[in-house]
Design a binder for this molecule. Structure first.
Ligand code: ARG
Length: 274
């Protein structure tokens, strides 16, 4: 029997894809020879924004900057837990300047900002489950974020950080392979993780929704949930069925253009846990 899935109001940060292109390739999904329909990307992004607003959440916007085509993937700019912002430090030079835009946004709101010394890509590789084991941070490494950033995040945020090794370059960020469904439960694709990390996840989350390769390739794990409504890529029909079977309510959105940059719903949405 599934327990009732209760939504909790969230505050999100999004950045419109006004300058979105695929002009460099820093992950296996990006192909600089595939044309991007920016107008469609903007339209689809507005659909995502309207969906989140329609679910009753608060949405803040970051001003997009010319020359930063990946800025639409707002999840990568920082990681916030209980009002403390652990800043990002991007691995690839093309994205480095995005961190300052996020920092300014958070400092303007009066948040406590911790500047990182280690390379890390914010919520791309970090997520937080307030009700799991007393409040647990899950962190990915292997492609973007340095393991040293996991220790740095633990010092900055005062929560235990569980390090998980990613092993498949197509799932280069934690959020391409794992997502919280509520404050204590996750969905994940085991094949993206080392055997040891799979063992760790199975121990910590015996009630997890376990996804397969089809779900992962459809960016079905790159989802945003408020504890009840699971907003996910409309291509991920099998994943929608799995979360529905677990008692959640899937809310599909079409983000086909943004998939060309190697991201979907979660990549576009930073959660401000303040
Ligand atoms: N093109 C971007 C990159 O490779 C995509 C980032 C996707 N964001 C995410 N949170 N996974 O960095």
């Amino acid at each position: 029997m599934n327990q009732p899935r209760i939504p909790r109001k969230r505050t999100y940060l999004l950045c419109p894809p006004e300058y979105f292109t695929v002009e460099y390739a820093i992950n296996p999904w990006m192909d600089t020879t595939t044309p991007v329909d920016r107008e469609l990307a903007v339209k689809q992004w507005h659909g995502l924004r309207e969906t989140l607003l329609g679910l009753g959440h608060t949405v803040h916007e970051l001003d997009p900057e010319p020359g930063l085509p990946d800025m639409v993937y707002a999840a990568n700019g920082a990681f916030v837990v209980d009002g403390t912002v652990y800043g990002a430090r991007f691995r690839h030079p093309q994205r480095v300047p995005e961190a300052a835009a996020h920092r300014s946004f958070h400092e303007a709101r009066g948040a406590r900002f911790v500047a990182p010394a280690e390379i890390n890509e914010g919520e791309g590789d970090f997520t937080y489950l307030p009700e799991a084991h007393g409040g647990l941070i899950l962190a990915g490494y292997g492609f973007r974020t340095e393991p040293a950033a996991h220790a740095e995040a633990q010092e900055a945020l005062g929560r235990p950080v569980v390090s998980l090794r990613l092993v498949d370059p197509r799932f280069y960020h934690l959020d391409t392979a794992l997502a919280p469904l509520d404050d204590g439960n996750i969905a994940y694709f085991p094949g993206a993780f080392s055997v040891a990390a799979q063992r760790v996840l199975a121990q910590l989350f015996p009630g997890a929704v376990v996804a397969d390769q089809v779900d992962a390739f459809a960016f079905g794990l790159n989802l945003v949930s408020d504890g009840r409504h699971v907003v996910l890529n409309s291509e991920a029909g099998d994943m929608a069925a799995k979360v529905a079977a677990a008692g959640y309510l899937p809310v599909p959105v079409d983000l086909s253009e943004l998939k060309k940059g190697g991201g979907s719903v979660k990549c576009c949405v930073a959660e401000l846990r303040d």
